[in-house]
Ligand binder design. Structure first.
Ligand code: OGA
Ligand code: MN
Length: 285
């Protein structure tokens, strides 16, 4: 069966049909997937039945893997016993401790692990257990957000650096070992250009990380806060986004260099278990 690519019709995202990711891809298949990924930023593969080894093998087509990020809480067996490349995202408790990160809370708009010097270029997320409703994941196209940025905002960030805070997770919890940020100018994390050039597509994209404790270098704190509020309000416009409602066996890959994502909260009495890999990337430039 040939590889079929069906765009969502929104600002980003496409479904790819005709592939069983529990089996290695041929080089022709991978080339088709990679081109579709460059074109659509987020790809959805439905009805997959993949083991952690399969997930890792599929992810490695794109490049070397990073190990999973530090999480907020003291984790139960799950994360500790799992492969270091697999990040477990879950609200499930075992013996009173979470088996994974992020719980049942809303995760605000963010791009993954941008608080390190060389953030992962991509994340791959696979659904093992999902709630009956809620927990949808939305994506927004940062090439488009930049293209349509008002001129004054573009001028305000052109050539500027943003500090990407590392102290909290996307649900706003302090990571193990991190202190509360009292002054955004001295927040821990990584400094990256506010506008980056995608090394494979050559496209320019807004690259802001996450709102919480962000800082636009070179401005007074109040000016940076105001600019970041305006930038984030712009990025969150519905015309740049697409929302994915999960089904069991869905596998998504997204490009952290040109997309942000967020997750809706869900009812904590239901179970949600996802396994993620993250693919190494370069220093943004
Ligand atoms: C992630 C993330 C969203 C979700 O995997 O990086 O933000 O749907 N997860 O759980
Ligand atoms: Mn994320």
């Amino acid at each position: 069966m040939a590889v079929e690519v069906i765009p969502t019709g929104r600002a980003l995202g496409a479904e790819v049909r005709g592939l069983d990711l529990s089996k290695p891809l041929t080089s022709d298949e991978f080339e088709a997937v990679q081109q579709a990924w460059y074109d659509h930023i987020v790809l959805l593969f439905r009805g997959q039945k993949v083991s952690d080894d399969d997930l890792i093998r599929f992810s490695r087509n794109f490049g070397e893997l990073d190990i999973a990020p530090a999480s907020a809480t003291d984790m139960a067996g799950g994360q500790a016993l799992s492969r270091p490349e697999i990040w477990i995202i879950s609200n499930v408790l075992e013996n009173g401790k979470p088996i994974g990160a992020l719980g049942d809370k809303e995760a605000e708009w963010h791009t993954d692990m941008s608080y390190v010097a060389e953030p992962p270029m991509a994340s791959v997320l696979y659904s093992l257990e999902i709630p009956s409703k809620g927990g949808d994941t939305s994506f927004a196209n940062m090439y488009k957000a930049l293209e349509e940025l008002p001129d004054d905002l573009r001028a305000a960030i052109e050539g500027r650096i943003v500090n990407h805070d590392s102290s909290t997770t996307s649900v706003g919890e302090l990571r193990a070992g991190a202190g509360v940020v009292l002054d955004v100018r001295s927040a821990p994390g990584a400094k990256h250009p506010a506008i980056r050039t995608h090394p494979a597509t050559g496209g320019k994209a807004l690259y802001l990380g996450r709102r919480l404790n962000g800082y636009l270098e070179g401005y007074a704190v109040e000016e940076s806060e105001e600019l970041l509020d305006r930038l984030w309000a712009h990025c969150a416009k519905p015309e740049f986004s697409w929302t994915h409602r999960w089904r069991l066996g869905d596998l998504l890959i997204w490009d952290n260099r040109c997309a942000i994502h967020r997750r809706d909260r869900f009812d904590g009495s239901e179970r949600r278990v996802m396994h993620r890999t993250q693919i190494k990337g370069d220093a943004p430039r």
